[in-house]
Design a binder for this molecule. Structure first.
Ligand code: GLC
Length: 422
C-alpha cells in the first residue's frame, strides 16, 4: 500500500533491529528527513528495538511538510496499516486527529512534564492524539565574524537587517565572492512560507491571519507594510532562487559560507557547527528582528509530535515506542546531539543541554512566546487557509501583485473558505 503512494526517490525503508523473539512485533515509524532528522530518529528507534526485542522499520518522508501532509492523508484515508507511528506537524492534530488513538492510556500522565500549550494543541475532543516530540520557533542565524568585520551589531529591526545584509553582500562581492548573499529564508510556495511570512506580519503587529475568535484579520495596513518590505529582498539581498527555497536550500547557502543572515529553525545549529561545516564556530543565533521600533521580536511556533494510527495492528508496541522517543532521556540526547528543542520544560534548565545549545537558554522567551499559526481555530480547514496565505505572499514576493492588492484578495478567499464558520 505504501509503495503505491511513495515516489521511489522519496522512500527509504530500513529494517532495523535483529532480536527475534516469540512475541516481538515489527513497528513502523515515519520520520522526517530534513537535515540529520532521519538518522537521529533511526538511532532512537533502534535503541528502543534493542531494549524491547521488537523490530522497527523507519520510513522516510518528503522534506516539505505540505507534501508530507498530502501523503499522510492518502494513507490514512485509505485506512492503510503500513505505518504504526506517524510524526506529525504541530498544525495537524485538527486535520488528522481522527485517525489516531488516544494515548492517555499509555502515557500515564507523562504529558504533564511537557509544555502545556503543546499538550493542549495535541488534545482533540478530549483525546491526546499525539505526544510532543520536539518544538520549533523561527530564529535568526548570523555570521559573527562578518558582523565584526563590517562593524555591525545584531540587527534589531528588519530595516536594519536589510541595510546590514546589503552592506555585507556588497563588501564580500567586492572582495571576490560573487556568490555571496545578504539573507536567505524560505520563500517557496509551501507551509514554510506561511511560517516566515507570519513572522514578518506579527513582528509589525499585523496579527496572526485569523485570530483566536476566528475572525479573519490579515487584510490590515501593518501586514501590508510587512509584506512590502519582504518583497524588496528577492534579487537584492536574497537570491531570486529564494522564491523556491525551503529550509534545506537556505541552509545550503548559509552553511557553505555564502550568506550573512538566515532565517531557519534550531536544527540548523548543530549542522552548522558540525566538523565539516565551513561556518563552524562562526555562527550565532538571535531572535528575529522587530518590525520597526514599535514592532516585536517573534518566531512562528513549529514542532513535531508522535501519534499512533488507529489502523495499526500493534498499537501497544507502537505507543511504547512513542513514549520511549518522547521521554526525557531521548529528548535530552536529541537536544545535545542535534539541537532539537525539547518539549519537556525542565530540560531548558539542564546544564548539558544549555552547553550544547546556548540559545535554548538565551532565547527562552522566543520559544515560550512563539506565535502559533491559526490551525486550532480553523481546524480541518487549516491547510486551505495556509495555502491561500502562502500563495498570496508568494505573489507579493515575485512581484505579481502588490501587498495591498494581494491581501485584499486573500481576505475574500479566506471568507469563502470559512463560509460562515470554521
Ligand atoms: C518545521 C516546523 C513545522 C513547520 C515546517 C514548515 O518543520 O517544525 O512546524 O510546519 O517547518 O516548513
Amino acid at each position: 500500500m505504501l509503495k503505491k503512494f511513495l515516489l521511489p526517490a522519496a522512500v527509504a525503508v530500513m529494517a532495523l533491529g535483529t532480536v527475534a523473539q516469540a512475541r516481538a512485533v515489527e513497528v513502523s515509524i515515519s520520520c522526517g528527513a530534513v537535515g540529520a532528522e532521519l538518522n537521529i530518529c533511526k538511532s532512537g528507534a533502534e535503541a528502543w528495538a534493542a531494549k524491547t526485542g521488537n523490530t522497527v522499520k523507519v520510513v522516510s518522508t518528503p522534506n516539505s511538510t505540505t507534501e508530507r501532509l498530502a501523503l499522510y492523508q492518502q494513507l490514512l484515508a485509505a485506512h492503510a496499516g503500513d505505518i504504526d507511528v506517524f510524526q506529525i506537524d504541530v498544525i495537524w492534530p485538527g486535520i488528522l486527529g481522527q485517525y489516531f488513538i488516544d494515548l492517555k492510556k499509555y502515557s500515564k500522565g507523562a504529558e504533564k512534564a511537557h509544555f502545556k500549550a503543546i499538550v493542549e494543541n495535541n488534545t482533540v475532543g478530549g483525546r491526546l492524539v499525539a505526544m510532543p516530540w520536539f518544538t520549533d520557533a523561527g530564529v535568526l542565524y548570523y555570521r559573527k565574524d562578518l558582523l565584526e568585520k563590517y562593524g555591525l551589531s545584531v540587527p534589531a529591526t528588519w530595516r536594519e537587517l536589510t541595510a546590514d545584509a546589503q552592506k555585507i553582500q556588497d563588501g564580500e562581492r567586492a572582495a571576490g565572492n560573487k556568490k555571496f548573499w545578504g539573507f536567505v529564508f524560505q520563500g517557496k510556495a509551501y507551509e514554510g512560507l506561511t511560517c516566515d511570512a507570519l513572522e514578518w506580519v506579527d513582528s509589525y503587529g499585523g496579527g496572526d491571519i485569523v485570530n483566536a475568535k476566528g475572525d479573519i484579520t490579515i487584510n490590515n495596513p501593518k501586514a501590508v507594510e510587512a509584506l512590502t518590505m519582504a518583497a524588496s529582498w528577492p534579487g537584492k539581498i536574497a537570491p531570486e532562487g529564494v522564491l523556491n527555497y525551503a529550509e534545506e536550500e537556505a541552509r545550503g547557502v548559509f552553511q557553505s559560507g555564502n550568506a550573512a543572515f538566515m532565517r531557519n529553525w534550531p536544527y540548523a545549529w548543530a549542522l552548522g557547527n558540525s566538523a565539516d561545516s565551513p561556518v563552524k564556530g562562526k555562527i550565532a543565533v538571535a531572535a528575529l528582528p522587530k518590525g520597526g521600533v514599535n514592532g516585536k521580536n517573534t518566531g512562528t511556533l513549529g514542532g513535531w509530535q508522535l501519534a499512533v494510527s488507529k489502523y495499526s495492528k500493534h498499537q501497544a508496541a507502537a505507543a511504547d515506542l512513542v513514549m520511549y522517543l518522547t521521554s526525557r532521556a531521548e529528548q535530552k540526547r536529541r537536544a545535545i546531539e542535534r539541537s532539537y528543542n525539547p518539549t519537556i520544560v525542565s530540560l531548558y534548565e539542564d546544564p548539558e543541554v544549555l552547553a550544547a545549545v546556548p540559545f535554548f537558554g538565551s532565547l527562552r522567551a522566543t520559544f515560550a512566546n512563539a506565535v502559533a499559526r491559526p490551525s486550532r481555530v480553523t481546524g480541518a480547514k487549516y491547510n486551505r487557509v495556509s495555502s491561500a496565505f502562502w500563495n498570496a505572499v508568494h505573489d507579493v514576493l515575485t512581484g505579481r501583485a502588490t501587498a495591498k492588492a494581494s491581501l485584499a484578495r486573500l481576505d475574500g478567499n479566506l471568507k469563502r473558505i470559512k463560509r460562515g464558520k470554521w
